[in-house]
Design a binder for this molecule. Structure first.
Ligand code: CP
Length: 315
């Protein structure tokens, strides 16, 4: 298998070319079938070590990185921050240097501050994978979203994609806006004015369409991506109440009917049911939320494989 990704670290979508993104997605396609086997394990990364260093909570990302490593036969170690020496005051860089001294091949890091994976990449010999840094980027989420879209729409170029909700605090939005426009989709964003930054155009070369309401964003789209209201990052009152947010920006069937008949619904999770998305929409046949999670394992297998320099076949 030819390696399409010649970098050591995966820090953000911003650094990647369209060719590199397609290369990761194609590699993930090769790994996908392993997850449907009865014995979900191949020797591809035997002898490699992956450390999961999560300073923020996670269900999907952490579990799927661990499963991805284990299904490729790498040794996977999860570090719990509450029981690590970070709780005794050890600095981030000292923690990274000490982990690096144990010769892991890859460190997957999630942190509440933007730029932490970039800092670790400067001091670590291991490949650093960004599993979400503050409000900056969540590159593997955007990759698994792209894999889900590609699977169901058979392309990404020329699709109309609406991203709705808390754009300001969303690393998922930042990574997706960059990835989707690099692959030729047209992206529209909508949310309360206080949660849609004026300066987002800097992220992309093509026009980013800022819509005045959710209806305008959804009208005629192929993909509707709903973002979580990030209560943990709301340091001021961006909207009056959650109920009011839900009334003006919640995705209901009525609103979804403005999109194309075959439009699909994505949400990165965890969902606030009844706030940004109605439960019956989340559970409908147009919702691919659990497919996103399923493809997350294949995408993370591909990222670990490419970043750790594995060269064995995925068969
Ligand atoms: N989408 C996502 O990052 O989910 P987790 O926070 O559960 O990892």
């Amino acid at each position: 298998m030819e390696k399409p990704f010649k970098r050591r670290d995966l820090l953000g979508i911003r650094d990647l070319s369209a060719e590199e993104i397609k290369g990761i997605l194609d590699t993930a396609e090769n790994f996908r079938e392993i997850n449907a086997r009865e014995i979900k394990k191949v020797p591809t990364l035997r002898g490699k070590t992956v450390i999961n260093l999560f300073f923020e909570n996670s269900t999907r990302t952490r579990t799927s990185f661990e499963l991805a490593a284990k299904r490729l036969s790498a040794d996977a170690v999860n570090i719990s921050i509450s029981s690590s020496s970070v709780a005794k005051g050890e600095t981030l860089i000292d923690t990274a240097l000490n982990l690096d001294a144990m010769s892991p091949d890859c460190i997957v890091v999630r942190h509440g501050s933007a730029g932490v994976p970039h800092q670790l990449a400067k001091v670590s010999k291991a490949a650093i994978i960004n599993a979400g840094d503050g409000t900056n980027e969540h590159p593997t989420q955007a990759l698994l979203d792209a894999m889900t879209i590609r699977e169901h729409k058979k392309k990404i170029a020329d699709l109309e994609v609406a991203i709705v909700g808390d754009i300001l605090h969303s690393r998922v939005a930042r990574s997706n806006i960059q990835l989707l426009t690099k692959l030729g989709a047209r992206v529209r964003v909508a949310g309360p004015k206080t949660l849609v930054p004026d300066d987002f155009q800097y992220l992309v070369e093509k026009d980013l369409i800022v819509c005045k309401n959710i209806e305008e964003a959804i009208e005629g789209t192929d993909v509707v991506m709903i973002l979580r209201i990030q209560k943990e990052r709301q340091d001021s009152a961006y909207f009056p109440t959650l109920r009011e947010y839900s009334i003006h920006y919640g995705l209901t069937h009525e609103r979804l009917n403005l999109a194309k008949e075959d439009a699909i619904v994505l949400h990165p999770g965890p969902m606030n049911r009844g706030i940004e998305i109605a439960s019956d929409v989340a559970d409908s046949s147009r919702s691919l939320i659990l497919d996103q999670v399923k493809y997350g394992v294949a995408v993370r297998m591909a990222v670990l494989y490419l970043a750790t320099g594995g060269t064995a076949s995925s068969e």
